[in-house]
Design a binder for this molecule. Structure first.
Ligand SMILES: Nc1ncnc2c1ncn2[C@@H]1O[C@H](COP(=O)(O)OP(=O)(O)O)[C@@H](O)[C@H]1O
Ligand SMILES: [Mg+2]
Length: 374
């Protein structure tokens, strides 16, 4: 008789307990989302895997703790073994095999901090546990090699394919590493298209969780080619708060809309200045100046990055500020976490796909003439 009163410890009971864990982005529980795998119950020992969409998931530790507590509290459980895991990049199909999510960093104009943001975002994503690549699409002012401390290191090819430069853990491909700095590059439209195609599709990226694309300023041929050729998860728009000239930003966003590229959100760069003497925040350009964009375009401000001399110095010295502990690194970490969450949400709503190349552009001239190995 007593035995009948004993609550049976079975998979259903465990799954019911785990279904109390809600993913804050998808607003669904982790069982419904199919995150729980390999559930085994043996002699009161419950083991399972929680497979997240990305290793950089900011709620990873929280999920693990909740899972341990909820299952641990079930009658009959002696031990809980939770393995945290994430989907392999190759399980997610994009136009670049092995690359799970592609994020473009755009701005209406130059000098607002696109490259600085792209490089530090890449570093922060890597620090969060992701495999990260950086494609420098700024064919006119490629400065990511300097920012990542690999200026002068030449790009190699192997078997007819580009081998990215390993730059402090980031896989970097930049035209700046392919052409001597003092050599002028003459670009025709079709060559620019060929550059984007060859430098992305003929590169051995390996498995990447995130490929960050640093864009040239504006809405010219190269941004267009990037959006046509690469299935972007979305784009983030960098601006400085005094850029009340909504026009620049509006142009960028309207390009995204036309090509059906998800708007991830905005980065307010040089948002405020921290006084080196008293630590007070000074709103040089008017912190919060980008708030209206968020409202108008219905996408969040993902982070506000202070104006800090260490950001500039770090870029010039080839050691991005995101590597240096402190409030600046914290701001980039916050940006990375916000990007990861936002990517997951927008991809669910509007899965990435390349906008496609209109007729006439298909014959873009090859940019690379990589000799094939015999
Ligand atoms: N938050 C910041 N604080 C201080 N300097 C910055 C900041 N963001 C960018 N800079 C500096 O401003 C200049 C332009 O930034 P950059 O990233 O090259 O802009 P873009 O790629 O949009 O042209 C660089 O010298 C960079 O070091
Ligand atoms: Mg730049």
């Amino acid at each position: 008789m007593r035995q009948n009163q004993k609550v049976m410890l079975d998979t259903a009971t465990v799954l019911k307990a785990l279904s109390q864990i809600i993913d804050p982005d998808f607003k669904k529980d982790i069982v419904e989302l199919g995150f729980v795998r390999d559930l085994k119950i043996e002699d009161g020992v419950v083991s399972f895997t929680i497979r997240l969409t990305t290793p950089a998931c900011p709620v990873k530790d929280q999920f693990k703790r909740q899972a341990e507590e909820l299952v641990g509290a079930l009658p009959g459980v002696r031990e809980v073994q939770v393995t945290m895991d994430s989907a392999q990049p190759t399980e997610v199909t994009t136009g670049l095999p092995g690359v799970a999510h592609i994020i473009a960093v755009i701005a209406g104009k130059g000098g607002v901090g696109k490259s600085t943001t792209a490089v530090n975002l890449a570093v922060a994503l890597m620090q969060a546990g992701a495999k990260v690549g950086l494609f420098d699409a700024d064919a006119f002012g490629p400065n990511t090699p300097r920012m990542l401390g690999v200026r002068g290191v030449p790009l190699r090819t192997s078997g007819g394919r580009i081998v990215p430069i390993e730059a402090q853990g980031i896989k970097l491909v930049s035209i700046g590493s392919a052409i001597p700095e003092d050599q002028p590059v003459v670009w025709r439209g079709s060559l620019q298209h060929g550059f984007v195609r060859d430098f992305t599709q003929k590169t051995d990226w390996g498995d990447l969780d995130y490929l960050v694309v640093d864009m040239p300023p504006g809405t010219g041929d190269i941004p267009l080619s990037v959006m046509q050729l690469l299935p972007l998860s979305g784009a983030l728009v960098v601006g400085t708060p005094q850029e009340v000239a909504l026009e620049d930003v509006r142009r960028g966003v309207s390009m995204l809309q036309k090509l059906d590229v998800n708007l991830l959100g905005f980065v307010e760069n040089m948002s405020y200045l921290v006084c080196p003497h008293c630590g007070e925040e000074i709103d040089v350009f008017g912190k919060g100046g980008m708030d209206s964009f968020a409202e108008v375009f219905g996408a969040p401000i993902l982070a506000r990055i202070p104006m800090d001399v260490n950001i500039r110095k770090g870029s010039d010295a080839g050691l991005p500020a995101a590597f240096q502990e402190g409030p600046v690194a914290d701001a980039y970490r916050q940006l990375a976490a916000a990007v990861v969450q936002r990517v997951a949400v927008v991809e669910e709503e509007n899965p990435p796909r390349a906008a496609g190349v209109p007729q006439g552009k298909a014959g873009a001239q090859p940019f690379l003439n990589v000799p094939k190995k015999n």
